[in-house]
Design a protein around this ligand. Structure first.
Ligand code: BGC
Length: 761
């Protein structure tokens, strides 16, 4: 029995201290090496000689299944080559160890969804649309697991804000509970759960339950969401692992459906351990059944064998421990680190991944404005390179910990290619925009004039800039990190003024933004701002990706995976903030009263409100046309309202939910002057009169990315699954296709709809 407890409780492993944390001990008797876990989702976290991949929001902005899969595969390769399952206990344990306990399996992240664009971790996930996020989850899980690395999809569920994601304790000992997201059953199913269903269907090995509470119960103890919904309804066969320190008692959590506690029995981590001996005792005294423990152990071991991790899994990189140690403690005064570990070079696992990162970074860049063909650049030779987002960070390649509160704007000088916290990655390589653009301009025989200090730019102190450049490229940025929510939605470091003064100097001002997703652009209509590119967090090839787009080597084929509002008031419900002096343990509780009406669903539901740039929008260097007729074919000739239960259940839920019930096609033509990629989108509008209140005006249910040569026509094909046409019936607790006319709409964004047709049951 104690061996089984060891399979489900994090520990130091079998050495005195382990090189990676999030560790499960070996069982030597069985030749089982244990599990070593390391954070993703954008690269191997706190390691060296790894790639910094594009962040989730950039991935979503590509609308490209191939790139999503390939990124997953490349990520998986790096995790595998670092060998995360072997324990090398060569670093001395000490109190300092508490700070290096932060390593987990590569996790595709879909939580938060992005109810609040100000949420500190929105950039790690795939944006607020469940369909697009679901596709990205599917491709990521499949790509990563194809390399034999387990995925853990997180954070389950409703962890939409960082503020009070964990409980806190007052001076008098009163515990103020973590925020509770109170989400109704329909919204949960149609919005927040949707991408997790994709992940489960794709075979995710594990799901990480969130720090926060859902409907007043801690997510990691909620039998409703863990047992009833995840394990029964979605038939999830893998294990639920707690976020670090998210377990608060033994019996309730074990019986609620938690299968593994992290960090577990690692006292130095500073979290109490509730599994380990306490779980053993609870099983021995029948407070937790032996079957439950058996179930936990089986769930943990199933993916290990399914992915053949018992065979030929690489040994852990010996540099793992030292790098983790230094990365975490670099900011702490350590009297003598000598002797704590042996310095060894890290195994370089980057292979040729930079190529894919460069491609994806460009493909996730969205062209929002392009007056009179400003872009792509042609034969200009005189450039201003302005903005603090251009050069290498002056703080070097440090890993940026999750300390948003002390640095809400991140570091001042240097490109943001990734955000902060456990989703960040330490740079081995970084090609800054400055480096790439300067190289390009030099090759073209041109010259650049530089100004990085945003305050100088904002103040219009352009005294050294002469003559007036033909093109002013202004690089602005916004920071986001785990551990804190964004202070507002603006680009930071005096950005708004910097645009205004650059535009006053330069009639050809091109603004490039690097940031976590939604940023406000009050200057978008300034007539001297001739082009705007939203380039997200593209990873280590940030400079090459943007240079490719600026000069048109690559077309900006990204589309917005969120809407950009004109004002923050239209950017979702505010982050909940309860005054510090509250003494009410349950004060942090938030009803998600808007239901599904976030992002474009909000704009659709409020006809007077217009976004600045809508979900699905993005310009190209060419032009596309969509034929007016949408062709729809019902598979099997007709639609049935109800799920065919006789088809059974499999990971992902009722099998019939995943049946293709209709195929929709439409022709798209490239009518412009050069090759490019169109992103035709399909939206479904369920009837309002035969569904309960709360049905969105329309929801995304299909997209293609079609590469078209000049003049070429291709057919876009959208396969609609039963679940794509269904709503969640809260009384019957099942998915139902409503009676009445269902309208299908296709176009190039959520507002640019060009073709439609109807179907009915
Ligand atoms: C984060 C998780 C992460 C874990 C381990 C937590 O603070 O919420 O996403 O996997 O730390 O680093």
């Amino acid at each position: 029995m104690s061996e089984k407890i060891g399979l489900v409780t994090g520990s130091y492993g079998s050495g005195p201290i382990l090189p990676c944390v999030g560790t499960l001990a070996a069982v030597e008797r069985l030749d089982y090496t244990g599990l070593c876990m390391s954070d993703g989702p954008n690269g191997v976290n706190r390691q060296d000689s790894v790639s910094v991949f594009a962040s989730g929001i950039t991935v979503a902005a590509t609308w490209d299944r191939r790139l999503m899969y390939e990124r997953g595969f490349a990520l998986g390769e790096e995790f595998r080559m670092k060998g995360v399952h072997v324990l090398l206990g060569y670093v001395n344990p000490s109190a300092l160890h508490s700070q290096i306990l932060d390593s987990q399996p590569c996790r595709p992240s879909t939580g938060p969804m992005g109810r609040h664009p100000r949420g500190g971790r929105g950039w790690e996930g795939f944006g607020p649309d469940p369909y697009l996020a679901g596709v990205a989850m599917n491709e990521s899980v499949t790509g990563i697991e194809a390399t034999g690395v387990q995925t853990s999809s997180k954070h389950y569920i409703g962890n939409e804000q960082e503020t009070q994601r964990n409980p806190s304790t007052k001076d008098d000992g009163t515990v103020i509970e973590a925020i509770s997201a109170n989400i109704d059953d329909r919204t949960l199913h149609e919005l927040y759960l949707w991408p997790f269903a994709n992940a489960v269907r794709a075979g995710t090995a594990s799901v990480m339950c969130a720090y926060s509470r859902l409907n007043q119960t801690y997510s990691c103890a909620s039998s409703e969401i863990l047992s009833t919904i995840l394990k029964d309804e979605l038939a999830f066969p893998g294990y639920v692992v707690s976020d670090f320190g998210a377990t608060h008692s033994t019996v309730d959590f074990a019986e609620g459906g938690l299968d593994m506690e992290m960090p577990g029995n690692v006292t130095a981590a500073g979290f109490p351990c509730y599994f380990g001996d306490k779980l053993l005792e609870a099983v021995q005294s029948n407070k937790v059944s032996e079957e439950r423990l058996e179930d936990m152990a089986r769930r943990v071991m199933t993916p290990y064998f399914r992915l053949h991790q018992d065979k030929d899994f690489p040994m852990i990189d010996p540099a793992t421990g030292p790098v983790l140690f230094v990365t975490q403690l670099g900011h702490v005064q350590i009297p003598s680190m000598a002797g704590m570990f042996t310095e060894v070079p890290a195994i370089d696992v980057r292979a040729d991944h930079a190529r894919g990162i460069r491609e994806l970074g460009a493909a996730g860049t969205v062209l929002l404005k392009n007056v009179n063909g400003t872009l792509p650049l042609t034969n200009q030779t005189s450039f201003a390179l302005f903005g603090n987002g251009l050069p290498d960070p002056t703080i070097g390649s440090a890993y940026v910990p999750a300390s948003g509160e002390d640095a809400p704007e991140g570091y001042e000088i240097g490109a943001f290619d990734i955000g902060g916290g456990s989703g960040s990655v330490r740079h081995t390589n970084l090609v800054s925009p400055l480096e790439a653009i300067r190289t390009k301009v030099k090759a073209l025989g041109g010259r650049v004039q530089l100004l990085f200090d945003n305050n100088e730019i904002a103040g219009g102190r352009f005294t050294t800039i002469y003559p007036t450049p033909q093109v002013c490229l202004l690089f602005l940025k916004a920071w986001a990190t785990e551990g804190a929510d964004r202070p507002d939605l603006n680009l930071q470091w005096n950005a708004t003024k910097a645009v205004e003064s650059t535009a006053a100097l330069c009639p050809n001002t091109i603004v490039v933004t690097h940031g976590p997703g939604v940023v406000l652009m009050p200057w978008a209509d300034n007539e001297n701002v001739t082009a705007i590119l939203a380039a997200h967090y593209p990873g280590e090839e940030i400079g090459n990706s943007i240079t490719d787009v600026l000069w048109g080597t690559v077309e900006p084929s990204g589309r917005l995976p969120y809407s950009i509002p004109k004002h923050e008031a239209d950017a979702g419900p505010p982050i909940l903030v309860v005054p510090d002096n509250t003494t009410d343990p349950g004060a942090w509780t938030e009803d998600f009263v808007e239901g599904q009406m976030i992002d474009y669903r909000y704009f659709d539901a409020n006809s007077g409100k217009e976004p600045l740039y809508e979900f699905g929008y993005g310009l190209s260097y060419t032009k596309f046309d969509m034929a007016p007729g949408l062709n729809v074919q019902l598979v099997g000739g007709s639609l049935n309202q109800y799920v065919n239960k006789s088809m059974g259940i499999a990971p992902g839920g009722m099998v019939d939910l995943w049946t293709n019930v209709a195929v929709v096609t439409v022709n798209v033509t490239n009518t412009g002057g050069r090759a490019g990629s169109a992103v035709p989108q399909l939206y479904v509008s369920l009837p309002q009169d035969t569904t309960p209140p709360g049905t969105p005006v329309k929801v995304l249910r299909g997209f293609n990315k079609l590469h078209l040569r000049k003049g070429e026509t291709k057919q876009a094909t959208f396969e609609l699954l039963r679940r794509d046409l269904s709503y969640w019936d809260v009384q019957e607790k099942e998915w139902v296709i409503p009676r009445g006319q269902i309208t299908l709409l296709s176009g190039f964004s959520s507002k640019d709809l060009q073709a439609n047709t109807t179907i009915s049951v």
